[in-house]
Design a binder for this molecule. Structure first.
Ligand code: KIV
Ligand code: NA
Length: 275
């Protein structure tokens, strides 16, 4: 059995080789991501990507556990991190510990991720002091979309000082890494140079210690969503459309099923028809 990467392994990568991260929500995709990446994140983006929710706000702990369990079955080498969903940790350290412990024990993940900077520092200290490694997440935090009034780029000018303070606060509170989402490059560079833990960027430039993207965006499966910071490496959504249209046409035109897909009485009579 190959040894899985741990939160300290990831923290040690700061200033060395880039930390490669992707999301996954299912076993088969997790298997592929695990063969190539250092961190697999079961993001609460699952709500928008797989369940059609308009934001991440409606994602529940039960959804995170179910997808966390599916992904766990596909991961051997990478560090598995599961997102804490909106409403499962903000009340205070005790609520956060109770729900993070459920995520860890029921999915087998080695760390959790939660959104927020200075306001979450006490909670991060509480969790990390009690055996729960935390990946933090500052800059654009999608669970606060209503406070932000949208998914706008963060950290221009004065606002950058607050985000820098957030990053310093989560690092000092004991987070082993921090996601920087949709912040301007000069701020990402400054944060990366200032704090002792790795920064994992999404729309936050190459100045970060690592990168993360939503796997469905990389694969071109979430067709109507195409932010500037995503690079598409495949067009699986387009391929799926073509395949499903061809299947529908084949059934309507009686081209499918063909003889090779059919079971007959005599196993040898029809090619490929063995029971
Ligand atoms: O939910 C998610 O997928 C995330 C990452 C993109 C950072 O939080
Ligand atoms: Na998330």
């Amino acid at each position: 059995e190959t040894k899985a990467l741990t939160p300290p392994d990831i923290a040690d990568r700061k200033g060395r080789t880039p930390i490669v991260c992707l999301t996954a929500y299912t076993t088969p995709v997790a298997r592929i991501v695990d063969r190539h990446c250092d961190v697999v994140l079961v993001g609460d983006s699952v709500g928008m990507v797989l369940h059609g929710l308009p934001s991440t706000l409606g994602v529940t702990l039960e959804m995170m556990i179910l997808h966390g369990q599916a992904v766990r079955r596909g991961v051997e080498r990478a560090l598995l991190v599961v997102d804490m969903p909106f409403g499962s940790y903000e009340e205070g350290p005790a609520q956060a510990f109770r729900n993070a412990a459920r995520l860890m024990t029921e999915t087998g993940c080695a760390a959790v991720k939660l959104e927020g900077g200075e306001s979450m520092a006490e909670t991060i200290r509480f969790l990390t002091g009690r055996g729960i490694p935390v990946m933090a997440h500052v800059g654009l935090t999608p669970q606060a979309v209503n406070t932000f009034g949208g998914y706008k780029v963060q950290g221009r000018g004065e606002a950058g000082e607050r985000i820098l303070r957030d990053a310093v606060a989560v690092a000092e509170a004991g987070a082993f890494s921090v996601v920087l989402e949709k912040v301007v490059e000069p701020l990402a560079r400054k944060i990366t140079q200032t704090i002792a833990i790795p920064t994992i960027g999404i729309g936050a430039s190459a100045a970060c210690d690592g990168q993360i993207l939503v796997v469905d965006d990389v694969l071109g499966q979430f067709a109507d969503f195409r932010p500037k910071f995503v690079k598409r490496y495949a067009e699986l959504g387009r391929d799926a459309e073509t395949a499903i249209a061809a299947y529908a046409a084949d059934v309507r035109e009686h081209r499918f099923p063909a003889s090779e897909h059919v079971f007959g009485d005599n196993p040898k009579a029809i090619k490929g028809g063995a029971a």
